[in-house]
Design a protein around this ligand. Structure first.
Ligand code: AFP
Length: 291
């Protein structure tokens, strides 16, 4: 966190500081989940009912991330608009609790961070850093900046130690995870899914971060695809698609919205949804070839 004694943050510090804030907040967020499994009577900008945990984690991250001198804007999946936080050049986005519907069945969940250079809403090409925390059997964090991906174990005191550096997707893919209901898949996605299901093992846990971390670890593809009833898919470009696309592309993989890299997708509004396809390059190329 930036304070009077520490050096004035510059771009590197600001990105590192944002990573540090999320890492240090992770044990607190994890520790606070047990007592916050209830639903509020509020909905977020995407029309999803908010859990007490969603709102609480969001407030905690907003306060700490906007305290970074170089952060001028904050936005979250759980908030309608952008929070103006001074004249800093960086905008940070969070999905404070990705997979909150996994809280009830005690399944994996995550926190997603994006650091954009410039104002929101912003295209993925404006990302200068991205990270996610995975609340699994242990708490881990994956960061990406300047083309390098690092995995950390986050200790109970919020400190972290690198366990994998210069992380890249394995050459040989092993797993796939596809969201949505099968009858709601478009024919072209269903054709692709049938092909992939004959080659890889199914790993789908209902929280993007858990499923994406499987792809980063074992190689493969994660998709929350276009749907007949929802051609734009379910996931949010600004808070989920862009940061995860940035991380997977930094690890030598590829991302797509069905036509182009997520990072090149046109951004019209802050909470716009997008189909999300991320994973090994050839698996993404095969998807785009069939679309
Ligand atoms: P929640 O945060 O509402 O649980 O949604 C999680 C998510 O945004 C993403 O993390 C998952 O990949 C996807 O939705 C799961 O959606 P389904 O419940 O439709 O499978």
């Amino acid at each position: 966190m930036h304070d009077a004694e520490s050096p004035t943050a510059d771009s590197d510090d600001a990105i590192a500081e944002a990573f540090e804030v999320v890492a240090r907040s992770a044990p607190e967020i994890r520790g606070g989940l047990a007592g916050r499994r209830g639903k509020t009577d509020e909905q977020n900008a995407s029309g999803e009912t908010q859990l007490a945990a969603d709102v609480w984690a969001d407030d905690l991250l907003e306060e700490r991330l906007t305290a970074i001198e170089e952060v001028g804007q904050f936005a979250s999946e759980e908030r309608d608009g952008v929070v103006e936080a001074g004249d800093g050049e960086y905008a940070v986005t969070v999905d404070p609790l990705d997979g909150s519907s996994n809280l009830k069945p005690n399944n994996t969940m995550g926190t997603i961070l994006g650091v954009y250079d410039g104002d929101l809403p912003a295209p993925g090409r404006n990302l200068v850093g991205a990270a996610y925390v995975l609340y699994g059997p242990i708490t881990t964090m994956v960061t990406a900046r300047e083309g390098e991906v690092t995995e950390y174990v986050v200790e109970n005191d919020g400190s972290r130690r690198a366990v994998r550096e210069d992380v890249t997707l394995p050459e040989e893919p092993t797993v796939y995870g596809f969201g949505g209901r099968v009858p709601n898949w478009t024919d072209r996605f269903a054709d692709y899914a049938r092909e992939v299901a004959n080659e890889l093992k199914l790993r789908y846990g209902g929280a993007m971060i858990g499923d994406v971390n499987q792809v980063l670890t074992y190689g493969g593809v994660f998709a929350y695809p276009e749907l007949e009833s929802r051609p734009e898919g379910k996931l949010r470009l600004q808070f989920e698609g862009n940061p995860i696309g940035y991380i997977i592309e930094s690890a030598g993989g590829a991302s797509s919205d069905g036509e182009t890299s997520l990072l090149d997708a046109e951004v019209e509004e802050l909470h716009q949804r997008t189909p999300v396809y991320v994973g090994n390059r050839d698996l993404i190329e095969r998807l785009e070839a069939g679309f």
